[in-house]
Design a protein. Structure first.
Length: 162
């Protein structure tokens, strides 16, 4: 049986270790709601949403990304019930030269692995979504999307009622 060819997730011929900003979305395996306690309407700020134990592991792993990869900053993020959004930046040094950085795929793969290892089971679906930020306007739109995502949980394309 011949299976259909899987669509390529990444831009061809793009260096994902190049200095730039990247919008990343990673979903839980089976889109299972693992990260929020008492999922419901959100009227509070995203950082005040009570996280489950696994959600706390995810938060700690996100915050630790720059400790493991000094060339990378986490400019913004949100932990949703069954997915995360990250706005990652691969930086240049003070003279504008590229810093040595792993690819975005490596950062996400190792972060997902650390979370699953600490949780004791496979937390994530295979792969992730990425968007290479094109300009300041694109960056601001992504920031705004991340900021507003918790308040729109019931409209979210990843929403699953459990």
């Amino acid at each position: 049986m011949v299976l259909p060819k899987r669509k390529e997730n990444r831009l061809t011929d793009y260096d994902y270790s190049a200095p730039n900003a990247y919008f990343i979305t990673v979903c839980t395996l089976g889109r299972k709601n693992l990260f929020w306690k008492n999922v419901g309407a959100i009227i509070d700020r995203p950082e005040n949403i009570p996280l489950t134990d696994i959600g706390i592991i995810v938060k700690n792993s996100i915050v630790e990304i720059p400790m493991h990869y000094p060339a990378i900053t986490v400019d913004h993020y949100v932990i949703m019930p069954n997915h995360i959004h990250l706005l990652l930046q691969i930086n240049t040094d003070q003279d504008g030269r590229p810093m040595i950085a792993p690819t975005i795929s490596t950062v996400i793969r190792l972060t997902k692995g650390a979370v699953s290892s600490q949780a004791g089971f496979s937390v994530w679906q295979k792969g992730f979504y990425d968007h290479v930020i094109r300009n300041d306007s694109d960056y601001r739109e992504v920031w705004k999307y991340i900021e507003g995502n918790p308040g729109k949980w019931f409209e979210d394309k990843f929403f699953i009622q459990e």
